[in-house]
Design a protein around this ligand. Sequence first.
Ligand code: NAP
Length: 311
Amino acid sequence: MEENRYRVIIIGSGPAGLTAAIYTSRANLNPLLIEGNQPGGQLTITTGVDNYPGFSEGIQGPQLMAEMKKQARRFGTNFLSGEAEEVDFSNRPFTIKVNDKNYKADSIIIASGASARFLGLESEKRLIGFGVSTCATCDGYFYKDKEVAVVGGGDSAVEESLFLTKFASKVYIIHRRNQLRATKIMQDKAFKNEKIEILWDSIVTEILGEKETGVTGVKLKNVKTGEISEKRFDGVFLAIGHIPNTEIFKNKLELDEKGYIKTSHRTQTSIKGVFAAGDVVDKVYRQAVTAAGTGCISALDAERFLESEKI
Ligand code: NAP
């Protein structure tokens, strides 16, 4: 086969991409996996994973991903570090540009995942890395004996808050409604933790501070009373969900109204031979095990497609 030409190219190295790599390499399809800007995906910025089957005592996220990568490598997956910059799905073989070089494949599996959502404030952009963070497990350590805020009301917000209580003296959850979205078991943990206080019906309208000082607090608006207040914090963690990493697929594949890739016939996208799996498709379940599951399905779908096309 000509240089940079593959039967399958996988975009993304989270549980979906690596599972697709394990299956396609084990089927002797000699896949190329493009790792993206966060090799290992979102699990590399979490700590303990307690609900991935097979690890009765739990496993650290980065370790789980390192094991998956080792397993994919064992069967001969080729890894390419870099990001998919551009795709051309108009003809087969399909083309993907990475680091200014073109790579061609008869089938593609997209497992590019999702990234943290931001509030959309100018101040949050200015202060990201200076007291604004989207990853408590990465940055929590810096807030020993400090007071921090976590924005959001889902499982992530609660999980990050619980983690932060190991370091911070006080953790405020700022939530826009008067009821958490998090699962009952997580809610109970938050309510029981004396270091956690919830600021209900509140939205952050501005994050205060400068790069020199770091975050000094936030401006809050109570959505029920309209009251504006200021509260001092040393750090602000955003945990308000995710957006799919589909920028380069706009106008190339059918996406839904939120930007997730649409699939039909299992993992088939709107283009025959292009498959999608994991969080880039799934806005409902978003679990490591469901991503791995759809990654497996996408590999089997790609294998069947190549067979049916006699490639
Ligand atoms: P999520 O469930 O979508 O929750 C996002 C939260 O952020 C919601 O409470 C939402 O408020 C709030 N929010 C969204 N946009 C906002 C904005 N612009 N301003 C203020 N607040 C905003 O996301 P997630 O917590 O990241 O969880 C995603 C999935 O992963 C879920 O299925 C969850 O169960 C799973 N997960 C599981 C675990 C675990 O099992 N340990 C841990 C983490 C995540 P509203 O409630 O008002 O919509």
